[in-house]
Design a protein around this ligand. Structure first.
Ligand code: SF4
Ligand code: SF4
Length: 424
């Protein structure tokens, strides 16, 4: 990586903390990703993006800002990228997957808060996230209680904070609320840019995001082959990069990779042996660099064939209908698409179990590993009924609860190994 010290200083990063983070990240990446065998050549691009995630990509965002584009940072897949792009802005994901500055965090948040929330607070307090510092607007959404209450404190740390309300059920009134919030978000974007979103702008935004989702859906489908042509770790990485990279370039590179994977499938080439145990991971999102559980699963010889997660299928499933010829009609289509997301903050949430079953079937999975972050009430509470319903349907489930530390590696490995033995 070139020397980006000047850019990081201008962004206000704490250079010592940031060096420590990059060193950790680089080490983990080498040992987890680069040690994998039989990786497709197309992964070279994604390795490059990761190596430059805090360098070249941030430089690009700053160049876009110079040219007048605004950068919109968000924590949730409910913030529609279609609207952001239509307003001539760029969307980046801000969720963080590593512990940082935890002592500082516990001065402002209770200890028993989920790692994801503590992590983005730590990235802010430790001044190590260039995406957060480069964002012109940071959108917080009222989903779980942990997030919405913590945003009350977070909004005092970031001057450019914008709050979005979200429904908690799928009633007609709830859809009205979502539309109302998306209209308010459009107004905020228009105020920031000084320009109204046109029908053509939104058509273009929808086309770009639909193309990205179609490419990711193509990748997901290829994983149903046995042997699977790509590891779950690499597929997760691609889904994580989807939140950071330029969307058009990313789509092109995912399609190039898929062309290669199609050949692998034709030639019966895979990352693991034929008939390797196949697992779907379901539950909380896994932000970069949260690779602990997938690394453990694949080290047993099993292969992860799908992620039922916001960084994965739940976030990317469904495209937006672009057929309306009115702006309001297109906004309705955006609302309809997002209203289908089955996050565990919704109640009731039967759709999620149905989606997990469908994924297990379509990917020919032998079992489901439910991943919950400690203190995440929505997903952990829901995991009990998910397990019960899936097992009734003949799908084996292992429920794991963990955080971002490495302390429970031994215990997790033992449980995952035992589960993989059972589903073999
Ligand atoms: S799990 Fe729920 S709150 Fe979290 S990113 Fe997904 S939709 Fe948003
Ligand atoms: S992991 Fe759970 S508790 Fe944490 S932010 Fe997401 S939904 Fe909320």
């Amino acid at each position: 990586m070139a020397d980006y010290t000047k850019m990081w200083t201008e962004l206000g990063l704490d250079l010592d903390n940031h060096d420590a983070l990059l060193e950790n990240l680089g080490g983990a990446y080498q040992s987890i990703f680069m040690s994998q065998e039989k990786r497709p050549e197309g992964m070279g691009y994604f390795d490059f993006v990761m190596s430059e995630a805090h360098g070249l990509r941030i430089q690009e965002l700053r160049d876009e800002q110079e040219a007048g584009r605004k950068i919109i940072g968000s924590f949730c897949v409910f913030v529609p990228e279609e609207l952001v792009l239509a307003a001539g802005c760029t969307s980046v994901g801000l969720c963080a997957g590593a512990d940082f500055a935890q002592e500082e965090v516990e001065k402002v948040l209770p200890r028993n808060t989920c790692s994801l929330i503590k992590s983005f607070f730590g990235f802010k307090l430790g001044k190590v996230c260039p995406y957060m510092e480069a964002s012109d607007l940071i959108v917080g959404e009222n989903t779980c209680d942990g997030k919405k209450k913590s945003f009350e404190t977070f909004s005092q740390l970031v001057p450019n904070f914008y709050q979005m309300d979200l429904p908690q059920n799928k009633a007609p009134m709830a859809r009205k609320l979502l539309k109302h919030e998306y209209m308010a978000f459009v107004a905020k974007l228009e105020e920031m840019t000084g320009k109204s979103i046109s029908l053509e702008d939104l058509k273009q935004g929808i086309a770009t995001v639909n193309a990205k989702r179609n490419a990711l859906a193509r990748l997901s489908k290829l994983r149903s082959a046995d042997p699977s042509p790509i590891s779950g770790l690499d597929a997760l990485l691609i889904n994580q990069i989807a939140f950071l990279d330029n969307p058009a370039r990313f789509t092109e590179k995912v399609n190039v990779l898929c062309d290669e994977l199609e050949l692998f499938v034709k030639e019966n080439k895979g990352v693991k042996a034929v008939k390797a145990p196949r697992v779907v991971i379901s539950g909380c999102p896994m932000a970069i660099p949260n690779w602990k559980v997938p690394a453990i699963i694949e080290s047993t010889g099993a292969v992860i064939v799908g992620e039922e997660s916001c960084i994965g299928e739940r976030g990317q499933r469904n495209t937006t209908d672009d057929s309306s010829d009115t702006l309001d009609g297109l906004i309705d289509a955006v609302v309809d698409r997002y209203f289908k997301i089955d996050c565990a903050v919704f109640t009731p949430n039967q759709e999620r179990v149905e989606h997990i079953k469908e994924m297990a079937k379509n990917t020919n999975a032998d079992g489901v590993i439910h991943y919950g972050l400690q203190f995440c009430q929505p997903y952990i509470m829901e995991s009990f009924s998910v397990e019960k319903i899936l097992e009734k349907d003949g799908v084996s489930v292992l429920r794991l609860e963990t955080d971002y530390s490495q302390e429970d590696m031994g215990q997790l490995s033992t449980r995952v190994e035992a589960f993989v033995e059972i589903i073999k």
